[in-house]
Write a protein that binds this ligand. Structure first.
Ligand code: ATP
Length: 224
């Protein structure tokens, strides 16, 4: 069973080619690293898989759903953490999380229980009723991670998920992903190659929009 199938994917910004004829498959389950230097195309790739950006050529399927033809089916199944938290600054953490729970059609009592549980795990309970705009970058990131987990997604698309997180929160999130690795799939971009090598089963390395390496993490030589 395959979680992500990418075939001949190309994406440009104007004349600049961000992804060039990229093809790969990711199985269901496990934690998979996406390595590459600044500008390699990692964010572009994750944004396309997340249905936030359209490809210029090629095909992308998530659990068999084409990202262009059935984006809603894809969105139901993914949890996305990117560089900018998807939070409304005027709303409190709790209001933000309730808003997203509604979008995911969660029952109020289920949503409340999930919010309590995740707020406890990520140690943000005492901040739940503050507007998120007054929170530190790290706290906002923790709320954003909780937001991405509310609907218990089958696929985590995580762009630098640990940047801005303190040691404890990194540990909590890392454990969360690892606990779910049997039946949940995670793709993680990180510039922290040591951490990436610790938590991931395998890797893909992008350079200037092309795949230049992939394999089990034991074969990763630190070269990006
Ligand atoms: P980083 O590690 O810095 O986040 P990345 O591997 O995520 O880099 P991308 O952000 O996908 O790389 O960028 C790939 C290429 O596309 C780069 O050359 C970048 O300058 C270019 N690019 C990305 N977004 C845009 C945009 N909105 N407009 C124009 N060019 C862009």
């Amino acid at each position: 069973m395959v979680s992500i199938h990418v075939d001949g994917l190309t994406r440009r910004y104007g004349y600049r080619v961000a992804l060039k004829n990229v093809s790969f498959e990711i199985p269901v389950g496990g934690v998979h690293a996406l390595f590459g230097n600044n500008g390699a195309g990692k964010t572009t790739l994750l944004r396309i898989i997340s249905t936030l950006l359209q490809p210029h050529a090629g095909k992308v399927e998530v659990f068999g759903f084409d990202i262009e033809e059935e984006p809603i089916e894809v969105r139901k199944r993914i949890g996305v953490v990117g560089d900018k938290p998807l939070l409304y600054g005027e709303l409190t953490g709790r209001e933000n999380l309730k808003f997203y729970s509604d979008l995911y059609d969660l029952e109020t009592s289920t949503a409340n229980a999930i919010i309590e549980d995740l707020a406890e795990r990520f140690d943000v309970k005492r901040w739940l009723d503050e507007p998120t705009k007054i929170l530190s970058t790290g706290l906002r990131k923790r709320f954003d991670i909780i937001r991405s987990l509310l609907h218990n997604p089958e696929l985590f698309l995580l762009d630098e998920p640990f940047s801005g997180l303190d040691k404890d929160s990194t540990e909590v999130f890392r454990n969360y992903i690892e606990d779910k690795r049997e039946d949940r799939t995670a793709i993680v971009t990180t510039h922290n190659l040591a951490l990436g090598s610790e938590i991931c089963d395998d890797f893909i390395t992008l350079r200037k929009g092309e795949i230049v390496g992939k394999g089990p993490i034991s074969e990763f030589d630190g070269n990006i």
